[in-house]
Each structure stands twice: as structure tokens, then as C-alpha cells.
Design a protein around this ligand. Sequence first.
Ligand code: BTN
Length: 239
Amino acid sequence: YEIIFKKEITSTNSYAKQINDQNPDGKHRLVIAEKQTQGHGRRGRSFYSPAKSGIYMSMVVPFHDAKHLNPGLLTTMTAVVVAKALKKSYPEEDFLVKWINDIYVNNKKVVGILTELVMDAELMQPSAIVVGVGISLSAKEIPEEMKDKVGWISDKQIDKNKLVADIVNGFDEEFPHYLEANFIEDYQKMSFLNGKRVSVDTTKETIDGTVTGIDKEGHLLLDVDGKSTTINNGEVVKV
Ligand code: BTN
């Protein structure tokens, strides 16, 4: 791993993509920052990334064979890895996942994951994948007026380096065989949507239904008026 640490950055994902474009050398990289000024999430959302109270990191994983690429499953795997790493640092908290890529504590989102592909402009195929993880740890640096808009885990002091190491090591352990999806069972256990009425925005349409589970590929299973429906891609917009 090449580790790149910045005090302040626009976005670790953007930076990781840029570095990979400039050095298509197939190196694994970790970009980590104390603060992001333009942290972003899925669907054009911004990700609030103040200094000191969070972890903002991106792992760059080079790819040589597009057959091994399944960004959805990789995101699911990362959610399990991050939740398990967090549990080691905060054994007293319960970490639950909201399909597909958010981790919640006490009904508040505390982790967002954004997976982005890096395209090789010449070969017109993905050359690497950037897995960005943003964690809101404590409320210490969160201004009063933001406190009802964002979540955080707790104000307990933890060893941030150990948490990052647990995430990276967990990721490296699972990644070589992530297509086998052995982590799905853990994901299913942590998913808090089971049995809930939800609205899912698939960008084509909004589907209302009751969550019946998560399948082996990490897809969301819904009961829509008695018909079982599989959602491959989308965002749960209402619970
Ligand atoms: C989401 O909530 O939709 C995903 C949020 C992902 C945030 C992380 S923070 C590190 C990395 N850099 C970014 O700009 N985004 C991700």
C-alpha cells in the first residue's frame, strides 16, 4: 500500500481517481484526509467532512480483469468490513446497515460508502476501483446548528489509526474472494430494513414495497403487492 495523508483535501475519492489517472501503475493506494471541503456521496449528495471528528478515506484497488468487477457487491462487502471494524472500537454500540451502503447507529447515519470506477481512457475499460469510506465519529467539532442534520457514533475517544488499519486489513482479507459473497450472511444480520415498508428510487421509477431480505448477490428483495421483486440498483428514499 502507498499511503497518502492530507490535512485538507477536496475529496479523497476525487484525489484517488486523479492519482490513478496520472500513475496507472497498478499500485494499491490509501488516500486519507483529516478534512474534506467537497466530500461527496451517491446521487450528487455532499458528505459533511469536518476536521477531527471523522475519518475520510479512499482505497484504490487496481483491476486487470473486468470479469472480477462487481461494484455493488464490493460496496456491500465494504459495509460489512467497516461495521465489523467499528464494532471492535465501539463494542458497546450496535451497527446496522441500510441497503445498500449506509451504516447506522441509534437511527442515525454514521457511515457512507461511495464506490467509483476509474476508466482507462485508451482501453475504454475500468482500470481501478475507488472505494471511499466516510465515518462520522464524534460530535466534538460539529457546530450546534448542524447537530440535527448529521449523525455521529459517540464522543468516546478511540484510536483512529487502529480503526483505519482494521478497515484496510479487513478489506484486504475479504477482497480476493469477494465474488463468492461469503459476507452476505453477516450483511443480512445487520440489515435493519427487514419487514419495513420502504420506497425505493431506481432512477427509472419509485417502487413501494415491504422488504423481505437481501439475496446472495446483495440485491434488495421486496414484496410489492404480493409479488416478489428484486432491486439491483436504487436508493431507499423512505422507510
Ligand atoms: C453517501 O452517503 O452517499 C456516500 C458518502 C461517501 C463519503 C466518502 S468520505 C471519503 C470519500 N470521499 C468522498 O468524497 N466521498 C467518500
